[in-house]
Unconditional design. Structure first.
Length: 267
């Protein structure tokens, strides 16, 4: 006997889809802007975050700090997905309300990803002072090989693996606006939005499912995507440097003088 589908699951999926996409299957106005704003990040916040980690782990090497960044990132995105998914079983929280929280979780995932990727870039000596360049790099990391290959075209060389390739596009992004940056950014942005709505859209639907299913799908979905981001970042950046670079090296040498530049991100 064929197993009957759960009508509540079907309604949740349809409601989630209709909230994001129009009748033609295209993202509704505002969705793209919301997703793009989520990957924007200011360098002072990134430095404050990394320096807080250095204060807590004053003897940590660049590789060890990268491990801590990865651990905290995966904890953040996995916990966020599970917490939001669990709201579907709370009495009084309907599918539509749960969907709103799912959209917020999507933004939270992107913000955490932006902080992780740019912090890792700093540990590799890539100083992203321009927020537009920083968000472009974050989108490229999320895209994986396709995104980093597009970044590689800015330096006039094909994107390979390891430190030399990373240094090529990293140097370009840390200097004045390179020729052709706008066109490359647009390509990365279009691919990013298409890829994200395809992958994250599935997780969005999952988080809106009722009866506790959302908690499993939300947390598991975010963990899968988070691990993919970590793998992409390691592939793109290559091996960690032996020493902590630039401004962060000076801070590491004097842990008792660490400051958060006016930002308090916790203890």
């Amino acid at each position: 006997m064929a197993k009957r589908s759960n009508p509540a699951v079907r309604i949740a999926q349809e409601t989630a889809h209709n909230a994001v996409f129009d009748a033609d299957g295209k993202p509704k106005p505002g969705v793209h802007n919301m997703l793009l704003r989520a990957v924007e990040i200011q360098r002072p916040l990134v430095l404050a975050y990394v320096r807080r980690l250095q204060r807590k782990h004053p003897r940590a090497s660049a590789a060890r700090l990268a491990e801590i960044l990865e651990r905290d990132y995966l904890r953040a995105v996995t916990g966020g997905g599970a917490i939001v998914g669990a709201t579907a079983v709370v009495p009084g929280v309907g599918t539509v309300a749960s969907l709103g929280l799912s959209a917020a979780a999507t933004v939270g995932f992107l913000e955490a990803t932006a902080l992780y990727a740019t912090s890792l870039a700093e540990l590799h000596g890539i100083r992203l002072t321009n927020p537009e360049k920083a968000s472009t790099m974050v989108m490229a990391i999320m895209l994986g090989e396709e995104g980093t290959a597009l970044l590689g075209t800015l330096s006039g060389q094909a994107m390979g693996k390891g430190a030399s390739a990373t240094q090529a596009w990293g140097n370009v992004l840390t200097k004045s606006m390179p020729s052709g940056f706008g066109a490359i950014r647009n390509k990365i942005q279009r691919a990013f939005l298409k890829n994200l709505l395809k992958r994250q859209g599935t997780a969005l639907l999952g988080r809106a499912l009722p009866f506790g299913i959302g908690a499993v799908v939300g947390g598991a979905g975010n963990l899968i995507m988070g691990r993919a981001v970590v793998a992409n970042a390691k592939e793109a950046f290559g091996p960690m440097p032996d020493t902590i670079p630039g401004e962060l090296k000076a801070v590491a040498a004097e842990p008792e003088k660490l400051t958060l530049e006016g930002n308090n991100l916790g203890s």
